[in-house]
Ligand binder design. Structure first.
Ligand SMILES: Cc1cc2nc3c(=O)[nH]c(=O)nc-3n(C[C@H](O)[C@H](O)[C@H](O)COP(=O)(O)O)c2cc1C
Length: 202
């Protein structure tokens, strides 16, 4: 394990369940892989832009001359994509917001899911280029989505698994910190998730 990339999304600082569980995971990973480089990319501290016309053109043009001319506009996407491709393990620690992922995380995804870098099409099929990586999702939510009746409202885990699979990351484990807004569960949510972190196959 050479590099671990941890994407943290919640803006709730010390109150954040996903960050608290990510801390436990970071500590375990550091114990297991002391020589690995651990990058903690904090999307609440570092606001990523939404794709605008010039950035979109810069990261999608097939014309080498245009790519060279628009190099600066592709810089942030290039750096984030390199960081992902150079990592052996990706951790995404995120809240559920309005049944999906926060737009800050979507902005990161839009910058790293790139034709020719992290996926390509071959004979009409998609080939993921982010090979030989594992991922761990740390998902915090106010309600409980691993059982009915709310299971079908979860657009976080199915989406993240789908988009990671699209770029070639299919070995994905999930740790849930769910029930944060349910008074009868809330106190136990983070301790339970921390236990699940200790049980992960790493
Ligand atoms: C803007 C916003 C939207 C939210 N939407 C949902 C939701 O759709 N479903 C849910 O179960 N909890 C929802 N919550 C509750 C959060 O998922 C919960 O507080 C979780 O602990 C947030 O993760 P964090 O503690 O890492 O910040 C929402 C919270 C906020 C602030």
């Amino acid at each position: 394990m050479k590099q671990i990339l941890m994407i943290e999304v919640s803006p709730r600082g010390e109150d954040s369940a996903s960050r608290s569980v990510a801390d436990t995971l970071a500590a375990r990973l550091t114990r297991l892989y002391p020589s690995a480089r651990l990058i903690r990319r904090d999307l609440a501290a570092e606001r990523l832009p939404q794709l605008d016309e010039i950035t979109l053109r810069a990261i999608s043009t097939q014309d080498p001359a245009e790519a060279e001319r628009l190099k600066a506009a592709a810089d942030q996407s290039d750096r984030l994509t390199d960081e992902l491709l150079d990592s052996d393990l990706l951790v995404i620690a995120t809240p559920m917001w309005n049944f999906g992922i926060p737009s800050a995380l979507k902005a990161w995804i839009d910058l790293v899911v790139r034709s020719g870098r992290t996926f390509r099409y071959a004979d009409g099929a998609v080939v993921g280029l982010a090979k030989d990586k594992k991922a761990i999702l740390v998902l915090a939510s106010g309600g409980v989505f691993t059982e009915d009746p709310w299971r079908s409202w979860d657009f976080v885990e199915p989406y993240l698994r789908q988009i990671l699979g699209f770029i070639g990351i299919v070995d994905v484990q999930t740790v849930r910190a769910e029930g944060m807004n349910l008074p009868w569960l809330a106190a136990e949510v983070v301790p339970k998730a921390n236990k699940a972190v200790e049980a992960l196959a790493l």
